[in-house]
Design a protein around this ligand. Structure first.
Ligand code: ATP
Length: 306
């Protein structure tokens, strides 16, 4: 099918998506103003992914303007394609900061982050941002149709891929129930979505991009337990072909991770699988016991799960 034979809506989707793909990935996932300080290296090359291995080597970081305080200290770990790494720890310990260094929302102060051996500071920003998707709690919605919001950034979006992505993100049935289905306008001047629905929309958006690294920053915090289970099983299917990083407050979301990093005051103080960390009977176990006793059922129900 040539472009001229395509249905008008499909051309519209493509044009929109091409235009959007040229904007930086940070806009997609809610980071609108952070790019100013990040510069592309003069001879940056496009990122080439083969094995799909990501490595943090002795990464330390201080926020610009707060150089006297190290937010991260000597962080080292490796993740291979298909592996899920969970980052847990007390509030303010540096979990999100670790994740935000991967798409270069900020640059490391010392040490390095590499993808298949390429320092992320030496590759083009556009190739890096295509390879790394971040699913945030407060996802950014554009005032346009649901399908455009999901397809955002994907020049090859078509109806069936959009539907598959939203099915995986447990959003499809909810969308079908909207006044104009996938054509319903959402965002500031359209139908407003709940926190959980916005999150699932961003998950669908990330799924469209088939990134090499996907970061879920507390991505299931605003959904009810049943939806969380369904999203998690979709995430597991999605995880087979990429590195998955989950930043979570609820340990129930990280039990199946290949490696759990417990971060405290910007340092990894424990690491291992769920069982290994429980056996250590230290911080992770203490947090686990606390959450088990407190119960995880205090969350509000979220409507519209598929
Ligand atoms: P939470 O579990 O509450 O989300 P976290 O473990 O993800 O916390 P971060 O958000 O990474 O922690 O924050 C780590 C530290 O860095 C905190 O002390 C926080 O106040 C500080 N911080 C976060 N963002 C900035 C910023 N833009 N500028 C300066 N300091 C920041």
């Amino acid at each position: 099918m040539t472009v001229l034979q395509m249905p008008v809506r499909q051309i519209g989707l493509m044009v929109n998506a091409f235009a959007r793909a040229s904007t930086c990935g940070s806009r997609l996932f809610g980071f609108l103003d952070l790019d100013v300080a990040i510069k592309e290296a003069p001879h940056a090359r496009p990122l080439e992914i083969s094995e799909g291995t990501m490595r943090f080597e002795n990464v330390s970081f201080s926020y610009p303007g707060a150089e006297n305080r190290q937010t991260l200290r000597n962080i080292s770990f490796q993740a291979r394609r298909g592996e899920t790494i969970a980052i847990v720890g007390p509030p303010g310990s540096g979990k999100s900061t670790m994740a935000h260094l991967i798409p270069r929302f900020y640059d490391v102060t010392s040490g390095s982050i590499t993808l298949d051996g390429q320092d992320i500071r030496h590759v083009t920003l556009s190739s890096l941002r295509r390879a790394v998707a971040v699913v945030q709690q407060d996802a950014f919605l554009f005032t346009t149709t649901v399908e455009n919001n999901i397809a955002y950034g994907d020049p090859w979006a078509n109806e069936s891929r959009i539907e598959r992505a939203s099915e995986s993100a447990q959003l499809h049935n909810y969308i079908l129930g909207l006044p104009a289905g996938y054509k319903t306008v959402v965002g500031e001047r359209g139908v407003s979505l709940s926190g959980g629905q916005r999150q699932r929309l961003t998950i669908a958006r990330a799924m469209m991009l088939r990134p090499s690294v996907i970061i879920f920053d507390d991505a299931t915090a605003a959904v009810d337990a049943a939806t969380e289970q369904r999203i998690r099983s979709a995430m597991r299917r999605f995880a087979t072909d990429r590195v998955t990083i989950i930043i979570a407050h609820r340990l129930s979301s990280v039990m199946h991770a290949d490696q759990i990093l417990f971060v405290e005051n910007g340092e990894i103080v424990e690491r291992g699988t769920h069982d290994e960390l429980l056996a250590k009977a230290a911080r992770y176990k203490a947090l686990h016991d606390l959450q088990t006793h407190a119960g995880n059922d205090m969350l509000n129900d979220d409507d519209g799960a598929s």
